[in-house]
Design a protein around this ligand. Structure first.
Ligand code: PAF
Length: 313
């Protein structure tokens, strides 16, 4: 008798079927039967490899993986790209299936804001007003409000967020800590193109020339990391990054800041003020954050920078 072909489920690499729900009632019904722990990855759609990394990390840590797809109007300013933000549901569902997502919640505006624009919003506090918050007033109140709502609606045990949006991640962690929300926040490292550009749904807006200019952002982070590795202090590290973005044609710098992990500046930032300068933390771990406009597209990036702490006599 010949050996039967291997058809075991363990060898089956086809994408699993994803359940798509649009309403909060459908979500509640699907969630009720879902085995725990449940992990959520919140997105605004236009999914790329960065989202796939989040979804795969979730798959490795939870019995049920839930993705939300909602372009949240509350976090866009009046002059921002809410209307033209890419909406690609079919492609997003295919990517979710590839990444092993069980359930996708893709609500419309009425499902999330049934009483209209919420009058009560989550106040991000002082950290919501610096860096991204200084350039995008109200942005983080909009983000935290929708994140809190989605945590309530999905009743997730863990929620994964990318380090690409480092200030957002920091504020979500602060909200979970300060409001004692029963969820574990899991950070996931930034995914980059081979040339270093951080993946972002907004990269698709860039023309080839703008795409070239955008490479200055990771180049600036790399230059800073290099001088830091040679023992440079905060001001010198920031200057090394600034030299790269300042000289980049086609790029308009918004801000550049070297901070501690809680986003307090270690030297006066370029293009913004982010509060009083503090000492390098004992472990020397710093964050370098940059935002710039390339054509009509605003891009952000950041990286961890290990600094050598000055000797204290
Ligand atoms: O990072 C994003 O895509 C959004 O800010 C989030 C967390 C999904 C809230 O709308």
């Amino acid at each position: 008798m010949s050996t039967p072909p291997a058809t075991s489920a363990a060898l089956d690499t086809r994408p699993t079927p994803v359940t798509l729900v649009h309403t909060r009632d459908e979500l509640a019904a699907a969630r009720a039967g879902a085995p725990g722990p449940v992990a959520v990855v919140m997105t605004m759609g236009a999914l790329h490899e960065g989202h796939t990394a989040l979804l795969r990390a979730a798959r490795g840590q939870a019995a049920t993986v839930l993705a939300t797809i909602f372009v949240n109007p509350l976090q866009f300013g009046p002059a921002e790209d809410f209307e033209r933000y890419p909406r690609t549901l079919e492609a997003d569902l295919a990517r979710c299936a590839e990444a092993g997502v069980d359930l996708v919640f893709a609500p419309d505006r009425e499902q999330i804001y049934p009483y209209g624009e919420p009058e009560v919003r989550v106040d991000p506090g002082p950290l919501g007003a610096v860096l991204e918050g200084a350039s995008r007033p109200g942005h983080f109140a909009g983000v935290l409000t929708v994140v809190l709502k989605l945590l309530q609606l999905t009743r997730s045990d863990l929620a994964l967020f990318g380090e690409k949006d480092y200030q957002q991640l920091t504020l979500i962690r602060a909200m979970v800590r300060d409001l004692e929300l029963p969820v574990r926040i899991v950070p996931v490292p930034t995914v980059r193109e081979p040339d270093g550009l951080a993946l972002s749904s907004r990269n698709r807006y860039l023309s080839p020339a703008e795409r070239d200019a955008a490479r200055s952002l990771p180049a600036a982070l790399g230059a800073a990391a290099q001088v830091a590795a040679g023992g440079a202090g905060p001001a010198e590290v920031l200057a090394a990054a600034h030299a790269v973005v300042r000289d980049s044609a086609g790029m308009e710098l918004d801000y550049l800041a070297l901070t501690d992990p809680a986003l307090r500046p270690l030297t006066e930032p370029v293009g913004t003020h982010a509060g009083p300068v503090v000492d390098v933390p004992p472990d020397g771990v710093a964050r370098l954050l940059v935002a710039a406009r390339v054509g009509a597209t605003r891009l952000i990036d950041n990286t961890e920078i290990p600094l050598t702490r000055p000797e204290v006599n």
